[in-house]
Design a binder for this molecule. Structure first.
Ligand code: GLU
Length: 325
């Protein structure tokens, strides 16, 4: 008995020695990473969950990833800055403004912000109850509009629209700031006339709203919107395809941004490298995780629509794939 116990202890020691002497790519210490996403009925939540799913499958990296729901783009960048989040999803306009200290980030440039990759396109999506009488963007005047929670990308982009129009909160009879996940039910309960969401399509939120109430996607393509698109490099004209949502059979012209995945220069090179590798080594699997990912092209994600410098762990992987010099 005694000998047995001793040899078990000895084997245990050997095992732990073997674990510490594991190959160079393996991380000895378990690393926990947190990815900031958005509301649960949006697409960012699925982006974060999908990345974590692939990262958690890695055998050697020893990374445990989680991706909680958050307030959205601005909250994610602020969370990365304060160290609460390691990575996050953010609109390309918010990425640009945060890195350069413009817009919402005036005088507060976050020079350690790093781009990892671009994801799907996000049109500014204005959805109005059919009985509200809203048919154009200008019809929002005097209406009850959910302009987005502080911390969300839509709140940020809606401010750009309001500034271009010369509008203030008083332009609306009610300017609510409900979370993304709350606005579909607010619309169907007739607490608001219209909701604003900068989001990939199709998504659960617009689906929920259009199946519970008669609601229409409103075009955003007037002179002021065209002015915004020509003034800022990170906005472009975009179209929400017809037929994705009940009662909305036609294409709707609007403008939009891209969703991007970001981190800080302080994030560990190996962790970012492994995260990027998990996504792009399993890219077909990643694309199947949401219909908004369907048309993504891996190399374009690494090279287009990014305004902050690439994180060095991401650059290392893209160089290995021959996507960048
Ligand atoms: N674009 C939104 C934001 O920045 C989030 C959209 C989503 O969750 O898919 O807050």
């Amino acid at each position: 008995m005694k000998r047995h116990a001793l040899s078990a202890a000895f084997t245990g020691t050997l095992l732990s020695v073997a674990m510490f002497a594991s190959p160079a790519i393996a991380q000895d210490k378990e690393q926990f990473i947190t990815i900031g996403t958005g509301g649960q009925t949006g697409v960012y939540y699925v982006v974060g969950q999908s990345i974590c799913r692939l990262v958690n499958r890695l055998d050697d990296a020893n990374i445990k990833c989680n991706a909680p729901s958050t307030g959205g783009s601005v909250a994610n960048i602020n969370g990365i800055k304060s160290g609460e989040l390691d990575m996050g999803v953010a609109q390309s306009d918010v990425q640009y403004q945060a890195y350069n200290g413009t817009g919402n980030f005036e005088g507060d440039a976050f020079k350690d912000l790093r781009a990892v990759f671009r994801v799907h396109g996000e049109p500014l999506t204005l959805l109005a109850r059919a009985d509200s009488g809203i048919e154009t963007l200008d019809d929002l005047k005097g209406k009850r509009v959910n302009i987005g929670n502080p911390g969300s990308g839509q709140r940020n982009t809606m401010q750009v629209v309001m500034d271009a129009k010369g509008w203030t909160m008083d332009t609306f009879s009610l300017a609510s700031q409900l979370d993304a996940a709350e606005q579909a039910s607010a619309l169907s309960d007739n607490n608001i006339d219209a909701m604003v969401y900068v989001v990939g399509h199709p998504n659960g939120s617009i689906q929920e709203a259009t199946t519970t109430v008669d609601a229409r996607l409103i075009p955003l393509n007037d002179k002021d919107i065209q002015g915004i698109v020509s003034e800022y490099p990170y906005y472009s004209a975009s179209v929400i395809p017809g037929g994705l949502y009940k009662g909305n059979p036609d294409d709707v012209e609007t403008f939009g941004v891209a969703a991007t995945f970001v981190t800080t220069a302080k994030a560990d090179e190996e962790v970012i490298y492994q995260t990027v590798k998990a996504v792009f080594d399993n890219f077909d699997r990643f694309k199947r995780l949401h219909p908004a990912f369907e048309n993504l092209v891996a190399e374009d994600m690494a090279t287009q629509g990014l305004s902050a410098p690439l994180h060095k762990g991401a650059a290392r992987y893209y160089r290995e794939r021959g996507w960048i010099e």
